[in-house]
Design a protein around this ligand. Structure first.
Ligand code: PGA
Length: 251
């Protein structure tokens, strides 16, 4: 089955309101009318509304960087799915390695967030990936399998199909070091195999798997040419509209 490529920008903890508006305008100008690739930008919570106003009439969709699984209540600092929906959010990044590393995200909390997101119609972008130490010590497959199984545990096939997986080797994030296209593709094939075991070959064939980790205009084309690489989750290079555009439409 042909999978449509999906490029998403993860702005992380960058952009004040004015910076976000300028970046969103730049993205819309550069790629807003492209329809053969799915495109999303994921600004910080504080800029979601303003960015939505700028992108809403274009093909660029809005994503958030995290969400809390509870619907409402005394959870200081947290944001719910309904709140995200109410400001125009379509996608939500869940289980980013920075969340796992610094903020106590576990496979169990990832699973709760994925279920909450699906319950309210949001489209999860689920991040998985090994550290350098895990790769070197031969634990990579076990780690990725645990993360994928944890995230998708108890999901219906219908909900699983609404998820995107982002394979982001931790050693490649923000380091300038990129997985080779072969390393990325091998990991994606492995992940697809897990989805196949959990759901079916058909589901595994339909689900999109993005690569993330120092993807840039000059390496995107080669990565995206691989059979199992269905897009990218872009950090650093998504903060410049021209670089992001160079990944969406590599020359
Ligand atoms: P990077 O980040 O492109 O800056 O490596 C990717 C990510 O963390 O999603």
């Amino acid at each position: 089955m042909a999978r449509k490529k999906f490029i998403a920008g993860n702005w992380k903890m960058n952009t004040t309101l004015e910076e976000a508006k300028a970046l969103a305008r730049g993205v819309v100008d550069a790629v807003g009318n492209i329809s053969d690739v799915d495109i999303a930008v994921c600004p910080p919570y504080t800029n979601l509304s303003a960015v939505y106003e700028i992108i809403k009439d274009s093909n660029v969709k809005l994503g958030a960087q995290d969400v809390h699984w509870e619907a409402k209540g005394a959870f200081t600092g947290k944001v719910s799915c309904a709140m995200l929906k109410s400001v125009g959010v379509t996608y939500v990044i869940i289980g980013h390695s920075e969340q796992r590393q610094y903020f106590g995200e576990t496979d169990a909390t990832v699973n709760k967030k994925v279920k909450a997101a699906r319950g309210s119609g949001l489209l999860p972008i689920i991040c998985v990936g090994e550290t350098l130490e895990e790769r070197k010590s031969g634990k990579m497959d076990a780690v990725i399998e645990r993360q994928v199984r944890g995230a998708f545990d108890g999901l219906s096939t219908e909900d699983a199909l609404k998820c995107t997986i982002a394979y982001e080797p931790v050693w490649a994030i923000g380091t300038g070091e990129t997985a080779t296209p072969e390393q990325a593709n091998d990991a994606h094939v492995f992940i697809r195999g897990i989805i196949s075991k959990m759901f079916s070959d058909e589901t595994a064939g339909a689900i999109r798997i993005q690569y993330g980790g120092s993807m840039k205009p000059d390496n995107a084309k080669e990565l995206l040419s691989k059979n199992d690489v269905d897009g990218g989750l872009i950090g650093g290079a998504s903060l410049k509209a021209a670089d992001f555009a160079g990944i969406v439409k590599p020359v």
